[in-house]
Ligand binder design. Structure first.
Ligand code: FAD
Ligand code: 2HG
Ligand code: ZN
Length: 508
């Protein structure tokens, strides 16, 4: 039976820190293999950092902004899932746009390659170097510049942590337009550079819509000021979009202006068990029809995603064992109105047998427990060994097709294949856990998955980007003329190719 059918919609509290990042990040002390060896990459013809270069950086930055000790630079070389390892010897931590500009102008002149880094939570290897690219870490550029509480325009530096911004605007009755499991570490500059999606894209849209303006620095050090806070500005080409989602290959994002929606007065979160994938789809249609404008998230997870996360991280699962789980969240402005809608939806779908069991929460702590279980799936698999992560968009009718297919294909290899994600956006995360990375497992998975996604007219990267792991597969989702145009833009904006090489663009 549903634990709370009568829903008391309560005022939202501030979010709690996300513990999963710290729990999983240092779970394994073993260093991953060097990316260059693992993926057989040849170093491009860039300059090699000399002691004079380091001296130059020390002359324009202070001593503590230039890291060269091996133990200091190591964390900047390894990605979150410990799949990629670069070989940088220098990490620079600029504190202003001018410093970024000076660094890039110098690197461009000397043909020194650069890898921009935000919170280093990216899941496609884009945030860490492959060889000895200089890491430009934006973490020290973390000032909030202004907030217009009437328009909701927040202006800040790129290195601000998403959760810090969310807490700041919540105190002023606004929220950030995006939310993701990595919020406690990822930077707004990283979010913009990856066009991060997350848990509420369904309601608040993607960053191409929410970013009002930005400031970026080109490879040659030129500062491009598009930092407007206007909703409407049709003065020629919409240049901000070139930097949103280009993963640091066209410029360094240094400041952003983001539109923050109003803090919803009322919020509820339902967590339901259903018998099969078809029921997930039927429930989604019903939720859209019944909840309309108050629906703010609709997420799904299969049995293994939830059970293994609950077990590996010792997190409570508030309901029993079901083949599939669904999270339905509402954000609204009127408690009575929202409760009525939600109760009608629940009564109908419990009556129809679509919802087998579930729980509905409106207290911040309870909602947090449920969200934490969902947000922790990404890290829980890392405790079982090596995780292949595939973040794809698939037309929703075929959303889950690939999971059983992959289970069949991977028979004989010790694996767990599970699927979960933002079904409201047609975005599934297929995770494949193996005890250890192996060429045999990789060969069974790639390019097979991308071919299957292309056959279904999906995208090989829904929200995480292309990074280092997917350039050779990007043609499954981009036509040759579009890829040529991407290369033309890259040549125009970064003629020496110093910005995040080996990422996003496939070699011709
Ligand atoms: P980084 O990882 O440091 O960098 C990502 C890319 O952006 C790299 O290519 C880097 O070079 C570039 N970059 C970073 N900062 C800048 C800058 N200022 N200028 C230019 N280029 C820059 N992603 C989603 O979309 N949705 C999710 O729901 C989601 N959930 C996640 C949950 C967990 C637990 C984890 C670990 C990751 C999740 N991610 C998700 C992926 C990741 O958090 C996002 O891609 C995030 O936007 C990356 O931000 P970051 O600051 O960590 O960037
Ligand atoms: C999520 O939605 C993230 O939890 C991570 O995008 C997905 O790790 C993954 O596969
Ligand atoms: Zn996701």
């Amino acid at each position: 039976m549903l634990k709370s059918v009568i829903v008391l919609v309560r005022t939202l509290g501030t979010s709690k820190p996300n513990l999963i990042l710290s729990q999983t990040r240092f779970a394994s002390q073993a260093l991953p293999q060097l990316s260059a060896t693992k993926y057989n990459v040849r170093r491009k013809d860039f300059g090699v950092v000399q002691s004079e270069d380091v001296n130059y950086f020390k002359s324009i930055l202070s001593e503590e902004q230039v890291l060269t000790e091996e133990s200091d630079v190591l964390p900047f070389n390894i990605d979150w899932i410990k799949n990629c390892r670069g070989q940088t010897k220098v990490v620079l931590k600029p504190k202003s746009t001018q410093q970024v500009s000076q660094i890039l102008a110098y690197c461009n002149e000397r043909r020194l390659a650069v890898c921009p880094q935000g919170g280093n939570t990216g899941l496609v290897g884009g945030s860490v170097p492959v060889f000895d690219e200089i890491v430009l870490s934006l973490g020290s550029m973390n000032k909030i510049i202004s907030l217009d509480e009437t328009s909701g325009a927040l202006v800040c530096e790129a290195g601000c942590i998403l959760e810090t911004l969310d807490n700041y605007v919540r105190d002023r009755n606004l929220i950030m337009p995006l939310d993701l499991g990595a919020k406690g570490s990822c930077h707004i500059g990283g979010n913009v550079s990856t066009n991060a999606g997350g848990l509420r894209l369904l309601r608040y849209g993607n960053l191409h819509g929410s970013v009002m303006g930005l400031e970026a620095v080109k490879a040659d050090g030129t500062i491009v000021d598009c930092l407007r806070t206007l909703k409407k500005d049709n003065t020629g080409y919409h240049l901000k979009h070139l930097f949103i989602g280009s993963e640091g290959t066209l410029g360094l994002v240094t400041k952003v202006a983001v539109h923050c929606p109003v803090l919803p007065k009322a919020q509820t979160l339902g967590f339901f068990g259903v018998k099969d994938f078809d029921s997930v789809l039927r429930l989604y249609r019903s939720a859209k029809a019944s909840l309309g404008e108050i629906l703010s998230a609709f997420e799904m997870a299969d049995n293994y995603s939830i059970q293994s996360t609950s077990k590996n991280l010792n997190l409570p699962n508030p309901i029993a064992d079901f083949p599939f789980y669904v999270l339905v969240e509402t954000h609204g402005s009127d408690e009575t109105h929202d409760s009525e809608k939600l109760n009608r939806f629940l009564e109908r779908e419990m009556g129809s047998g679509l919802i087998l069991d579930g729980t509905v929460a409106s207290e911040p702590a309870k909602m947090q427990t449920i969200w934490n279980l969902r947000e922790s799936i990404a890290g829980a698999g890392l405790l079982e060994g090596y995780v292949y992560k595939y973040d794809v968009s698939i037309p929703v009718g075929h959303y889950y097709d690939l999971v059983p297919k992959l289970r069949e294909r991977m028979k004989g290899v010790t694996t767990k294949v599970y699927g979960y994600g933002h079904i409201g956006d047609g975005n599934i995360h297929i995770n494949v856990t193996v005890p250890k990375y192996s060429k045999q497992a990789t060969a069974l998975l790639e390019p097979y998955i991308f071919e299957e996604v292309a056959k279904l007219k999906g995208s090989i990267s829904a929200e995480h980007g292309v990074g280092f792991r997917k350039p050779q597969f990007v043609h499954y989702s981009k036509d040759p003329a579009a890829l040529d145009l991407m290369r033309d833009l890259k040549r125009l904006m970064d003629p020496n190719g110093i910005l995040n090489p080996y990422k996003v663009l496939p070699d011709p």
